[in-house]
Structure formats: C-alpha cells, structure tokens
Write a protein that binds this ligand. Structure first.
Ligand SMILES: [Fe+2]
Length: 212
C-alpha cells in the first residue's frame, strides 16, 4: 500500500457483508468503492502538478496544510482528510460483537477520563449525533496516552502535533442513510458493536511513533 502520491484505495480487511446487520453490504460498497474512491481520485488530481509534494505521506500533508500552495490547501484538506479519515474508519471495524469493549492500558485511560465504558459511549455518541451536518465524532489521544472525545465537521481531521486520532465515527449521511435513513442515533449505537478494539489498542500503544 503506497503511503504517498499517487494514493490508492485501501483494500478492506473483511468481506462486504462482514459488518451486517450493523452496516449492510450495499452501504459498505457505496461508502468504500464510490465515496472513498472519489476522495482518492480527487486528492491525486489535486497533487498531480505539484511534484515536490509527491514524496509526502498523508499525515505530513495534512499537518502542514498551511505550508502548501494556497490554491490547493482547501482541496487537500477536504480530499486528503477524506482519505485519511476513511482509511482509519475502515481499518478499525470488524464483524459485530455484543459486549464489545477495550482492555488494558486503553481501557484504563478511557475509564479515567469518562468514569466508565458507558460514560465513554455516551460522550462519543453525543459528539457524533450532535455534529451539525456532515462530520465525525472522534476518540483521540495525546502523547501521554490521555484520551478525549471531540467532534469535527466535514473531512477535518484532528491530526496534530499534540493529537492522534484513534476512532472516527463517520456521521456523513453516506455512512448510514441507505440503511438507516435519518436515524443517525441508531447507526451510532450499532457502530460500537463494530469497533476492532485490538486494532485501536495497537494504534494507541504505537503512539510514540506518531508523536516522534
Ligand atoms: Fe464516510
């Protein structure tokens, strides 16, 4: 998988029906094959005539967005954010589990911040459901492993020198409308069954590499 220009569509690590009944096959096809592909194509189109940027990976482009040429900043923010956020979203999902919780150091950090796993679920759900229009609810961590929840509009990404994204809860209508229509809350509730906590814990444990 290439990490710089030309960017490629990531392959899913599971079958298209693997997330059913929480996310159905048709939704996953549209979301991954059409919407993510469009972000990838538009990002590549945007960067095509800027060879100096072709060696930069996506996090570097996004963190340094205001050092890029003015005329492509918005397109890189929207389409590069779209690629980064979706790559993370699709990589931290798996088939549904009823009692789906984190463990270890990440669970401790979540409990310290939110009081309990239920407190965390409530915080991330509220961030996602309350996001006006399109965007995401996010679980993020700082370099010390202190987690927090935030929301962000559009394809803005919380990537930063002091913030590492862990879980994007995509609440763009393309993520759920085919199946759930306007019931964003129901989709959000079901999303928690799909989180691949082992994968999120891996990211969390590797945060030193991210913050280097
Ligand atoms: Fe999406």
């Amino acid at each position: 998988m290439r990490e710089s220009y030309p960017f490629e569509l990531i392959a899913l690590q599971y079958e298209y029906d693997a997330l059913e009944p929480c996310i159905d096959e048709e939704t996953l096809h549209y979301h991954h094959d059409r919407h993510l592909q469009t972000y990838v194509d538009n990002l590549n189109k945007t960067l095509k005539d800027y060879p100096k940027l072709h060696c930069m990976n996506l996090p570097t482009l996004l963190v340094n967005i205001y050092s890029l040429p003015d005329e492509i900043q918005t397109a890189v923010k929207n389409n590069g954010g779209g690629v980064f956020n979706h790559n993370l979203y699709f990589s931290i999902l798996r088939s549904p589990r009823e009692d789906n919780r984190p463990s270890g150091e990440l669970a401790d950090s979540i409990n310290a911040k939110f009081g309990s796993f239920e407190g965390f679920k409530k915080a991330l759900s509220s961030a996602a459901v309350g996001q006006f229009g399109s965007g995401y609810g996010w679980l993020v961590t700082d370099r010390h492993g202190k987690v927090s929840v935030m929301s962000a509009p559009n394809q803005n990404t919380p990537l930063g020198r002091e913030t590492m994204p862990l879980i994007p809860l995509d609440v763009w209508e393309h993520a759920y409308y085919l199946q759930y229509k306007n019931k964003r809350g129901e989709y959000t509730e079901n999303f928690f069954k799909l989180i691949n906590w082992e994968q999120v814990e891996k990211l969390y444990k590797n945060r030193e590499n991210f913050f280097k």
